[in-house]
Design a protein around this ligand. Structure first.
Ligand SMILES: Cc1cc2nc3c(=O)[nH]c(=O)nc-3n(C[C@H](O)[C@H](O)[C@H](O)COP(=O)(O)OP(=O)(O)OC[C@H]3O[C@@H](n4cnc5c(N)ncnc54)[C@H](O)[C@@H]3O)c2cc1C
Length: 436
């Protein structure tokens, strides 16, 4: 006996649930199978010491162009978010720069970094040209691109912080074209925010809406195999809630497990056409990230309810104080802080030592913090659960050479997208291929 569906989605991360939402809105009957008891994958949360602590993402796109927002809209549900658009603070060696909520922040940021209005205006003009006339190619990195126009280290430190915090890898690793694609994608009415009651709550709302339309979201249901016959997907074998093996059949399977694991689940690379595997091997490299969440009895910065990006550090890239953004995140008088770090060389990370450097940089920026902090999470993400499954610009296509088999998630980021947005946008792209 096997149950039949129009489509099966393996994994209930942002990519899997958004893909399912698009398919359900298009009239398909879908089964989502998730191995863990939790929804959302790296965009979820756990409760620790009565605090809502993220498993990964904090800064979530929520503007009308966002594929995440559009997945929620497709099922007519609200995203319960606190809008943080424009609430960015950049820290450089000589001080902090707060983006103006009124916009126009790019020139101001560059002027602040360069401390020279004329040089800043010139560099700004080159960036505007790259956004509007000639888009630089991927033959050079964004660091090479800046080097041709400026020798100012502070402005490069500013953009290094921006790249590592917002794009997941470093300036010397991002092709110039990808940097500008990212800026363009995020310049059109883009908004971002933090889930008011935590990511799992937000993802749970999406799952509930999928189920309310007659589809199923099954947690604690690992997929053991994706079944392929004569180059055509047939369904999946799962371990069901009674612990027994069961077949689910469908002509379409979306895997949200990452391109590498998808290959394992179908039984190996031989199942795919050679050019697909060559592309997979060529750019098979993830973006590691480090995460420290801790509580203090007062925030490290008074009155700060935004996102801080560091341009004065090697590994520490980003800090938010979720308790100052949403009071529901932690008990009164207890302030949850979340800091992220990126390896200086994402291809050759030394996460043990670099995690220590990240903490030392936290201390250098906020003296006394390590002694007062109670740590809830100290995590080094790579392998199956990295910052992103593949570097920006190196994503796999969502469709595969196996008929009916698609990948959704941050391993197949559409151009200009990263992180949660890339996961949702890949789900939108794959669903559009099926729904037309
Ligand atoms: C520390 C950290 C900070 C980050 N910060 C941000 C941020 O601020 N903003 C942002 O946009 N992005 C951020 N990201 C990136 C973002 O979290 C990810 O890009 C995004 O959540 C990935 O979603 P996904 O759907 O591709 O995969 P995942 O979230 O990994 O989901 C995959 C799901 O598949 C399930 N699964 C795997 N194998 C099986 C199987 N065999 N059977 C059934 N289920 C299976 C997993 O349990 C999981 O739930 C961050 C990531 C990390 C780690």
């Amino acid at each position: 006996m096997s149950r039949e569906f129009d489509a099966i989605v393996v994994g209930a991360g942002m990519g899997g649930l958004c893909a399912a939402a698009y398919l359900v809105a298009g009239g398909k009957r879908v089964a989502v199978v998730e191995k863990s008891p939790h929804l959302g994958g790296r965009c979820s949360h756990r409760v620790r010491q009565d605090c809502i602590v993220t498993t990964g993402a904090l800064m979530i796109p929520m503007g009308s162009n966002s594929a995440i927002r559009q997945a929620f809209d497709a099922l007519n549900i609200e995203m319960d978010m606190i809008n943080l658009t424009g609430k960015m603070r950049y820290r450089l060696a000589h001080g902090d720069y707060d983006i103006s909520p009124k916009g126009g922040g790019l020139l101001g940021m560059i002027e602040f970094a360069m401390q020279d209005q004329l040089a800043a205006a010139e560099l700004h003009q080159h960036i505007i040209s790259a956004l509007t006339t000639w888009t630089p190619l991927s033959s050079i990195t964004i660091l090479d691109w800046f080097n041709q126009y400026t020798s100012c280290e502070e402005v490069k430190n500013l953009f290094q912080g921006y790249c590592a915090a917002l794009m997941g890898i470093n300036m010397h690793e991002i092709p110039a074209s990808e940097f500008f694609s990212f800026l363009k994608y995020h310049s059109k009415g883009s908004q971002f925010g933090m889930a008011r009651l935590g990511n799992a709550h937000m993802m749970g709302a999406l799952a509930a809406a999928i189920e309310a339309r007659g589809s199923s979201v099954m947690t604690q249901t690992p997929c053991r195999r994706i079944l392929v016959e004569n180059n055509r997907v047939k369904g999946v074998e799962i371990k069901n809630s009674e612990g027994q093996g069961e077949m689910l059949t469908a002509p379409i399977v979306f895997s949200n497990t990452g391109p590498r694991k998808t290959i394992d689940l179908v039984g190996g690379g031989d199942v795919f056409e050679a050019s697909y595997m060559a592309q997979f091997e060529k750019d098979n490299i993830d973006a590691p990230i480090m995460h420290a969440s801790f509580i203090l009895d007062e925030p490290v910065m008074a009155g700060f309810s935004g996102c801080m990006v560091f341009g004065n550090t090697k590994n520490l890239i980003y800090l938010e104080i979720p308790s100052c953004i949403s009071p529901e995140i932690s008990p009164q008088g207890s302030y949850l802080h979340t800091a992220y770090g990126a390896p200086a060389d994402a291809a050759h990370p030394d996460l043990d030592n670099e995690f220590d450097t990240m903490l030392a940089e936290l201390e250098a920026n906020f003296p006394g913090v390590l002694q007062r902090a109670q740590f809830l999470v100290k995590a080094k993400h790579r392998g199956e659960s990295p910052g992103m499954h593949r570097w920006v610009g190196r994503g796999m296509p969502v469709n595969t050479s196996v008929i009916g088999l698609y990948n959704v998630g941050d391993g197949c980021a559409p151009k200009g997208t990263i992180g949660t947005e890339s996961a949702a946008a890949s789900g939108r792209e794959a669903a559009n291929m099926i729904l037309g």
